[in-house]
Design a protein around this ligand. Structure first.
Ligand code: ADP
Ligand code: MG
Length: 252
C-alpha cells in the first residue's frame, strides 16, 4: 500500500475494517457475542474492557486464528471471513501478539528479515519503525539480549514487515515503564499518521490518554460503549464494570 502522508478528510474516508455481528462460544462461555464495529482508513482506536471481556478472542477472530460461529469480517470492501490467516495478512492485516514471539537466538536484523514478506517492495515503514525505537543501533544484537520493552518494540516492527494497512495490537505496553509506555503510544500515533490503521487493546489509561482517540469498551463479549477518552472516563457504568479489577487504580 502506498503511504498516505496526509490524512484524507473524514468525508473521503472509507472503512478499513468492518466487523459485523461476530460471535464465538467456547462450550458454555460466550466469549464474543454479536460484536459489530468499524474503523476508518487511518484511524487509531483503543479497545478496552475488563479481563475476560473477549478482547483477545475478538482479535483472533479478526485474524482468522479462530473460526467465528457467526458474523462477518471485511477488510476495505472485501469480505475475508472465510480466508486463512496468511491470506488475510497478504491483504494487509497484521497482528502483534500480547506475548513476545521474537526469535531470541537471532539478531535484530535477522528477525526483521524473517518478518518482511517476500515481494514486499516498500520497506520504509519497518526501517522507520526501527529508527523510532532506537533499534536501528542494535541490528547486530541477539534479540534475547534486548530489554523486555525492546523485544516488544521489535515485534511491533516485525508486525509492520508485511506492509499492512490494518494492525491489531494486543496489549503492547503490558509490563512497560511509564516512559516506555509513552514512547509506544507516540509511536502508534505516528504510524497512524503514515496511513496505517491501528486497533489496540490496552489496559493502561495513561496510554489511552496519550493516544487520545476513539475508544470501544467490550464487556462480557459485547460492545458496551463507544466514545472519546473524556466520555469513557466519566461514564459511571464503565467505572462500575471495572470494579473488582486488580488494575482499577490505573484503569478507567
Ligand atoms: P480478554 O482478552 O478480554 O481478557 P479473552 O478473549 O481472552 O478475554 O477471553 C474471553 C473469554 O473466553 C474468557 O472467559 C476466556 O476464559 C474464554 N476463552 C478464551 N479463549 C478460550 C479457549 N480457547 N477455550 C475456552 N475458553 C476460552
Ligand atoms: Mg486478552
Amino acid at each position: 500500500m502506498p503511504f498516505v502522508l496526509d490524512s484524507p478528510s473524514s468525508a473521503l474516508r472509507r472503512h478499513i475494517l468492518t466487523v459485523s455481528n461476530l460471535s464465538k462460544s467456547f462450550g458454555g462461555v460466550r466469549a464474543v457475542s454479536d460484536v459489530s464495529l468499524s474503523l476508518e482508513e487511518g484511524e487509531l482506536r483503543c479497545l478496552i474492557g475488563p479481563n475476560g471481556a473477549g478482547k483477545s478472542t475478538l482479535f483472533r477472530l479478526i485474524m482468522g486464528l479462530e473460526k467465528a460461529d457467526s458474523g462477518l469480517v471485511s477488510l476495505r470492501d472485501r469480505e475475508i471471513s472465510q480466508l486463512q490467516p496468511f491470506q488475510r495478512v497478504r491483504l494487509g492485516l497484521s497482528m502483534k501478539y500480547q506475548t513476545t514471539r521474537v526469535f531470541r537466538t537471532l539478531t535484530v536484523a535477522q528477525n526483521v528479515v524473517i518478518a518482511v514478506s517476500p515481494g514486499t517492495k516498500r520497506q520504509e515503514l519497518i526501517w522507520w519503525s526501527l529508527n523510532m525505537f532506537g533499534l536501528d543501533a542494535l541490528l547486530g544484537a541477539k534479540a534475547g539480549t534486548l530489554s523486555y520493552a525492546q523485544q516488544h518494540w521489535l515485534e511491533v516492527c516485525m508486525a509492520l514487515g508485511t506492509n499492512p494497512c490494518m494492525v491489531l495490537m494486543d496489549e503492547p505496553t503490558a509490563g512497560m515503564t511509564p516512559d516506555e509506555t509513552a514512547i509506544t503510544a507516540r509511536f502508534a500515533r505516528a504510524v497512524c499518521a503514515r496511513g496505517v490503521s491501528i486497533l489496540v487493546i490496552e489496559h493502561d489509561m495513561s496510554f489511552v490518554r496519550e493516544i487520545d482517540s476513539g475508544i470501544t469498551v467490550l464487556h462480557q463479549g459485547s460492545v458496551f460503549r463507544e466514545g472519546s477518552v473524556r466520555q469513557i472516563e466519566r461514564d459511571p457504568e464503565v467505572q462500575r464494570i471495572y470494579l473488582g479489577e486488580e488494575n482499577v487504580g490505573s484503569s478507567v
